[in-house]
Every structure is written in C-alpha cells, then in structure tokens.
Design a protein around this ligand. Structure first.
Ligand SMILES: O=C(O)CCC(=O)C(=O)O
Ligand SMILES: [Fe+2]
Length: 284
C-alpha cells in the first residue's frame, strides 16, 4: 500500500466525485433503497458485501457500480442524474488511466513488458480492463469501539485506488514489521490517492507483490467518505502467474483464473480465498 501524489487526476474532478457521493448518501433512506443491491447482485446500495464476515456491527453504507451507473442514478436522482453520471464516468476513465500507468510502473520494475501480457492489449493500455466503483459512507458513531466501518479484507482487484475525505482518518493497514504487528492508520493526504495491492496482482506477480490486509474504523464525531476504484483484468481474461517470473525454483503458485471466477471464490471464502487457490508453498 502506498499514497500517490502528482498523479495528474484533476482535483476538481475528485472534489465533484466526493460531492456526488455525499449527495447520494444524504438522500432519504427510501430514495436510496430504490437502487438497493439485489440479494445476489453486485451493483447498488446497501451494506458492503463483506459485512457478513465482520464479527462486529458494520457501521457503514455502501454503493457499488459495475459498468454504467445510468439506471441506478436515474432511480436515485430522477431530475439530476445526467450530471452525476458524467462525473462518475469521467472519474472512472481517469482511474483507469492512472491504474494502467501504475500497473506498468509496478510490473516494469519486475522486467515485465507489454508483450508479456496478452490481455493488456496491443499497445499495453489495458483498454478492456474492468473497473468497479465502490462508495463508502461511515457516519459518526456514538460507540466506535463496538462497531467496525469495514471488516478486514484484501481487495480482489489487481490494484485499487482510494480517495478518502480529508476530514477524518479511518483506513487502517495491517503491518507485520520489525517493530511488531498491528493496525496502522493511513491518514488522508490532501490530493493523494491510496493505492492498494490487490489479490489479482498478487497472483499475476506470483506472490512478488503481496495483497494488503486493511479495514476501516469509525469515530465519534466525523462522517467519513471514501471512493474506491477496484481495477481488474478484462472480463474473460484468464490470468496466470507471469511466465517470465517462473523458473525451476519459482513454480507457479496459482492456477489460471478469471476475475469473475475469483470473485465467486471470494464471496464464499472471503479472506481465505487466495490461500485456498495456492498450488504449493513458497520454496524460499
Ligand atoms: O474506506 C476506506 O478507506 C476503505 C475502503 C475499502 O477498503 C474498500 O472499499 O475496499
Ligand atoms: Fe478494500
């Protein structure tokens, strides 16, 4: 996990996206429920999908978009949906552009180039990559110790790009360092995005980049918002550990898999999903 500044995404677009998210969660409950996520669905309004795996009460609301936001936004804001749609679509485009750049910075440092990944497309721009926009709202909570904003998890994405509102901290990352193990707060840095290593780049890099365990906590006085873009491979792409990274002492640790297949495993096994797919123990 790291924070990215100087990323080239216009600040006014980020501000507009945050205002859109604020406006969405401020709608009356009966209005938000018009866009409720269906029991077996992915898109829409409701509790975050992983709240079922939390041992504490989840103190948050979430809204997920896969593909076009149009239908849901029309239900939420019958008069103003086009304005909000334009903002979300432009934001998603910028996130995809930034994610592709970050992917090449991360993969390039391992010696990987465009011809090594077929699904990156002929120019290596990841034109067909998938993106999920995930909005999270954490209202102030009278008893924060007894609740959790978002259960601990790793993201199923290749990488995720997170914008957090600047008024409160809440995102925490699990660190296992020389100084010990524990949860470390990731404070909002104005203008910066938090970048998470997800499970899919963990598999693609054969465990070189390790997906990061994180969670969100809540506080007594501040309403906190976050906007996460989960960036994944194209829908039908079979992703396997990059052959350039394999060798006699580096066997593939994971089988070929599509993102959808993995999301199915993740929905059942949550934080045990990645481990359940592992083919063998690391040799070093
Ligand atoms: O609210 C946050 O800062 C974290 C959100 C998150 O981890 C997610 O949506 O996957
Ligand atoms: Fe996450």
């Amino acid at each position: 996990m790291f924070q990215a500044t100087n990323h080239g995404v216009p600040q006014n677009l980020v501000d507009d996206m945050e205002s859109t998210v604020r406006s969405l969660f401020s709608l009356p409950p009966q209005q938000k429920l018009k866009a409720a996520r269906l029991p077996d669905g992915f898109s829409g309004y409701g509790f975050h999908r992983i709240s079922a795996f939390c041992e504490k009460l989840t103190w948050s609301e979430s809204f997920t978009t896969v593909g076009s936001p149009l239908e849901h936004y029309r239900q939420l804001w019958p008069q103003e949906y086009t304005k909000f749609c334009c903002i979300a679509e432009e934001y998603e485009r910028e996130m995809k552009r930034l994610a592709a750049r970050l992917m090449w910075l991360m993969l390039g440092s391992l010696g990987i180039s465009t011809e090594d990944i077929k699904w990156a497309g002929p120019r290596g721009e990841f034109e067909d990559a998938s993106a999920v926009l995930q909005f999270n709202s954490y209202p102030a909570c009278p008893d924060p110790d007894r609740t959790m904003g978002l259960a601990q998890h790793t993201d199923s994405s290749l990488i995720s790009i997170i914008h957090q509102s600047s008024n409160a901290s809440g995102l925490q990352v699990f660190r296992q360092g020389e100084e010990g193990r524990g949860w470390l707060m990731v404070p909002p840095v104005p203008g910066a995005f938090v970048i998470n290593v997800g499970d899919f780049i963990h598999m693609l890099s054969n465990g070189f980049y390790q997906s990061v365990l994180h969670r969100a906590v809540v506080n007594r006085s501040q309403h906190r918002l976050s906007v996460a873009c989960l960036y994944g491979p194209p829908e039908n792409a079979q992703v396997s550990p990059l052959s350039k990274l394999l060798g006699p002492s580096c066997p593939p640790l994971y089988p070929p898999l599509t993102w959808n297949e993995y999301l199915g495993t993740k929905a059942k096994l949550h934080n045990k999903a990645l481990e359940s797919l592992r083919l063998c123990a690391p040799m070093n």
